[in-house]
Design a protein around this ligand. Structure first.
Ligand SMILES: Cc1ncc(COP(=O)(O)O)c(C=O)c1O
Length: 385
């Protein structure tokens, strides 16, 4: 049997291109190696300048959840209040992290599939003194994007003293955000829109976030304390925890590809690809969980068409057989649809392959779509692009 790799279309990890894989396969060197030190230093400096950060950029071994905890631990202290703005499963994850930290936690929740408005955030923040708020830019459970730029604008005018923590795990490198919008802590991880394998957390802290951390003195957390890592990020010949050498090279290559494309063009490409891809899926009868104005450019939740008879585990198993890995839905959406990523280093071939496999899987599962109907929309979209 001919074995071709399955398309990795879950919303992270996303496809890892050959040149990044090659970096992971290199002979590992000592983390004190002079060339590696130069690579690591250059990577941290580039991340900082590319995201227009006036503080520090951090790269360390860990996943997105570690970055969530790192963000909260370094800019808030027990007894302070935090507003968690949540429009899904990952927004809610902050509730537990902040409660364990001993923060006073209030939650602004949007119904799944929708998001909160800057006016609602303003109204909540006006009720009491908050040290910080969290915003999940794109929640991977719903495929909804928060109005981040507008929230930043509102905060500058109405609550400039409140620190803004942004979970950009399913956004950074695929959906636009810049630290100079007024973000204090922004974080992501390697396996999403950067298109690198899982293993690294990346976090940007503004100058005032770094200052707040410094002013807090010793904090209970050690591994991801900004104060431990700042000397390393400035001079990686220093040691705090062993840097994952090959992953750092892989990220360096991922960033080279991002720079080659240009961040602005990358954001625009994600918007264009998402619109064409969603239109193709809609032609097959699928609907996104997110309403049109809130759709994320990085991933979508596709609800099974009513009356299609598609059964979630059976459909996704068939889709995998047809060559595409997808993710099941979370929480209240479980069983009602499936999740596909469209972020990172993907191109027309990947999207054509994905829609073609969806068509075959639908038909094999008894949902009689017209073969080529989604593909036609996709092709027309690419040709017009
Ligand atoms: C928006 C968001 N935040 C946080 C996380 C947690 O990241 P990880 O699974 O890498 O710990 C995820 C994971 O998908 C996510 O999508």
């Amino acid at each position: 049997m001919i074995e071709t790799p399955k398309l990795l279309m879950i919303p992270g990890p996303t496809p890892v291109v050959r040149s990044i894989q090659d970096q992971m396969a290199r002979e590992t060197v000592a983390f004190g190696d002079a060339d590696f030190i130069a690579d690591f230093k250059g990577l941290a400096a580039e991340l900082k300048s590319l995201w227009r950060c006036d503080g520090e950029a951090f790269v360390l071994a860990g996943s997105g959840t570690l970055a969530m905890e790192m963000a909260v631990a370094n800019v808030t202290k027990s007894g302070e209040n935090i507003l968690v703005c949540s429009h899904g499963f990952f927004g809610d994850r902050f509730i537990d992290i902040c409660s364990r930290k001993g923060l006073g936690v209030d939650v602004l929740k949007a119904e799944w599939g929708t998001t909160y408005t800057p006016e609602q955030v303003d109204a909540e923040l006006s009720k009491k003194k908050y040290a910080a708020l969290t915003v999940t830019h794109v929640d991977t459970s719903t495929g909804v994007s928060a109005p981040l730029a507008e929230i930043c604008g509102m905060l500058k005018k109405r609550h400039p003293e409140v620190l803004l923590i942004v979970d950009a795990v399913a956004a950074a490198g695929g959906a636009e955000s810049w630290m100079d919008w007024g973000i204090d802590v922004l974080f992501t991880c390697s396996q999403k829109a950067f298109g690198v394998a899982p293993g690294l957390a990346m976090l940007w802290a503004s100058g005032r976030a770094v200052e707040k951390r410094r002013a807090m003195g010793t904090i209970p957390e050690s591994y991801f304390d900004f104060e431990r890592w700042i000397p390393v990020m400035r001079d990686p010949s220093k040691y705090w925890g062993t840097p994952p050498v090959n992953m750092i090279w892989a990220l360096k290559e991922g960033l080279r590809l991002i720079k080659e494309e240009g961040l602005e063009e990358r954001y625009s490409r994600h918007i264009r690809q998402a619109a064409i891809f969603v239109a193709a899926m809609e032609a097959l009868g699928f609907e996104t969980a997110a309403s049109k104005e809130n759709r994320a450019p990085t991933l979508s939740i596709f609800f099974y068409p009513e009356g299609s008879g598609l059964d979630d585990p059976a459909f996704r198993a068939k889709l995998a057989e047809e060559g595409v890995q997808s993710a099941g839905c979370l929480g209240g959406f479980a069983g009602k649809g499936f999740r596909l990523g469209h972020m990172g280093n993907i191109d027309k071939h990947v999207l054509v392959g994905t829609v073609a496999a969806v068509e075959r899987a639908c038909i094999e599962c008894g949902y009689e779509v017209e073969p080529g109907k989604g593909l036609g929309v996709l092709q027309a979209g690419f040709i017009r692009e």
